[in-house]
Ligand binder design. Structure first.
Ligand SMILES: *Cc1c(COP(=O)(O)O)cnc(C)c1O
Length: 533
């Protein structure tokens, strides 16, 4: 029991007074700010408890009756929560897009929470609103490179928005397709627009049977959530097979034409700039032409890969992104900003008006309240973290970070190719690659005939799954896994390790150790034994 008193006096203290120097919370704060890596290595226990065990310490379902001392509670958090957390800062945690953050975010986070501004309206975020608009403008310029006249007209315009800041790529994708949907079923003299009259009336009025979104099979599942929530239905997510990992413009055109001939309307093509699973980039330039030919919206989901635009060496890979009507970017991925920093950018600043909403006590017509064109309501000032990062790293700093992670991915790909027991499955376009473990003895058999390969692949899948799980459970390093269809085996999907080289502190030695560990785990499995004897 915490044993704090139930009095207003005590509660006032909780609101206003910091904990004493030697309290647990003060110790945590000091340790965090003295040496973050040391704090994490001391408190995040690497040998993890099972999820079931952890659930037991979160089993109480009644709201605690009495208050607890802050310091006492801090101890509980350390024991129950922090100890069982995942050390995403570890240089050997290379399985996800979530990685270590630059240190300055810690004190900035304190400032952010301290100020507690609400970006939904100017009245609670006076300086943060213009800051957020500026951040959107900077990212807009990175993508669209409009004139200085353009930015001086629109950056702070009450009647326009260059984009919407939001919690992440999911909300950004939903917002982009929301705008596209409302534009696809516009008002006419006989119809007040879908936002007023609804989907069914809009479809009837404009004479469409269905509205659909075209993307490759590698599209992020947030697109599927978007077509669901926007009333299109998940079956109208027209995903196209992509054994080469990128969307063929030719196939997209064919699918779109066919769909429209059947009385439907293609709402949008979504090009992906850095797929979540393999990091590939769709042919954006060609897809822009397809969208034009179909007369539909062109959205680019660059949630992960968008930061590549900072690199003059690699930005050509995203050629055509400037033709997109809207672009999704996640600053909490390759821009090293804490989670909760997504953006959708609109090429045409009028597009945001397709979803503009007014309310009396807030979001009054003509106000500059950001909440009028964002899906979310109350929002914190995460844009400050993007703003700070853009200044602290600068374009050139980000360029270095992007270049080094791509270089490291290429190095890792080479290490995998040169290793007897591994097979590189997809080489890195950016800093993401997939591979699997294939015992040397099995490699020659794989190319013999499709039937043998089919059976072997099933065994190799088991091996990859077993190795990935055991490596994760051992807690030294983490590589994720996914299932892919690749050109070599068109008839079946295979299981692969997936690596995202996000942490700049990951070294060649770390990578070597990860491969060594995978081999030694594999050698102990039954599957390895049966595959090699
Ligand atoms: C991560 C990602 C998303 C989803 O973003 P969240 O920030 O997780 O909501 C969407 N698309 C792509 C390509 C992504 O990599």
């Amino acid at each position: 029991m915490g044993g704090a008193e139930v009095s207003l006096e005590h509660l006032y203290k909780v609101f206003t007074m910091p904990e004493g120097q030697d309290s647990k919370l003060a110790q945590i704060e000091k340790h965090l700010s003295d040496n973050l890596a040391d704090f994490l290595s001391q408190h995040v226990v690497t040998k993890v408890n099972s999820l079931e065990q952890i659930e037991k310490s979160f089993a109480e379902y009644a709201v605690p009756e009495a208050p607890e001392f802050v310091s006492k509670h801090a101890e509980t958090l350390l024991e129950k929560l922090v100890a069982n957390s995942v050390n995403t800062y570890s240089p050997t945690f290379i399985g996800h897009m979530t990685s270590a953050l630059p240190y300055f975010h810690l004190p900035l986070a304190k400032l952010l929470v301290g100020l507690n501004q609400n970006l939904v309206k100017i009245e609670t975020s006076k300086a943060f609103t213009p800051l957020e608009r500026q951040v959107l403008g900077m990212m807009h310029e990175l993508v669209y490179k409009q004139s200085s006249d353009f930015y001086s007209t629109y950056l702070h315009s009450a009647n326009h928005a260059l984009g919407a800041f939001c919690s992440g790529g999911t909300v950004a994708n939903i917002t982009a397709l929301w705008v596209a949907r409302n534009k696809a079923l516009p008002a006419t003299p006989q119809f007040q627009g879908i936002a007023q009259e609804g989907m069914a009336a809009g479809m009837m009025h404009h004479g469409y049977k269905r509205l659909g979104v075209i993307s490759s099979k590698r599209g992020h599942y947030s697109l599927s959530k978007a077509v669901d929530i926007l009333g299109l239905g998940r079956q109208q997510m027209l995903t196209i097979d992509c054994p080469t990992q990128t969307l063929s413009a030719e196939k997209a055109l064919k699918v779109g034409k066919q769909y429209q001939q059947e009385g439907n309307k293609a709402l949008s093509i979504v090009g992906i700039a850095g797929t979540t699973e393999t990091g590939h980039i769709d042919p954006l330039d060609e897809l822009a032409d397809v969208a034009q030919e179909l007369g539909c919206h062109f959205h680019v989901d660059a949630a992960w890969g968008g930061a590549t635009l900072f690199s003059q060496q690699h930005n050509k890979l995203l050629k055509g992104i400037e033709k997109a009507d809207s672009v999704t970017l996640d600053a909490h991925k390759q821009m090293y900003v804490p989670m909760g920093a997504g953006m959708v950018l609109f090429k045409d600043p009028n597009d945001s008006n397709a979803v503009r909403h007014h309310a009396q006590y807030i979001l009054r017509a003509g106000s500059k309240d950001l909440g009028a064109t964002t899906l979310e309501g109350s929002r914190n000032g995460m844009a400050m973290m993007v703003y700070a990062s853009l200044h602290i790293f600068g374009r050139k700093g980000y360029e270095l970070l992007i270049n080094q992670s791509i270089q490291k991915a290429q190095l890792f790909a080479k290490m995998i190719e040169q290793h007897k027991e591994f097979e590189l499955v997809t080489s890195p376009t950016l800093s993401l690659l997939t591979y699997r473990i294939v015992p040397e003895k099995v490699q020659s058999k794989l190319s013999k005939n499709p039937k043998i390969a089919h059976a072997l692949n099933i065994e190799l899948d088991k091996l990859t799954v077993a190795v990935q799980k055991r490596q994760r459970e051992a807690g030294k390093s983490f590589v994720s896994r996914t299932r892919l269809q690749i050109e070599k085996y068109p008839e079946q999907s295979i299981t692969v390790f997936r690596v995202v080289l996000a942490n700049p502190l990951t070294t060649e030695l770390d990578l070597q150790n990860i491969l060594d560990e995978q081999v030694s785990i594999a050698l102990e499995t039954q599957t390895w034994l049966s595959l090699t004897t």
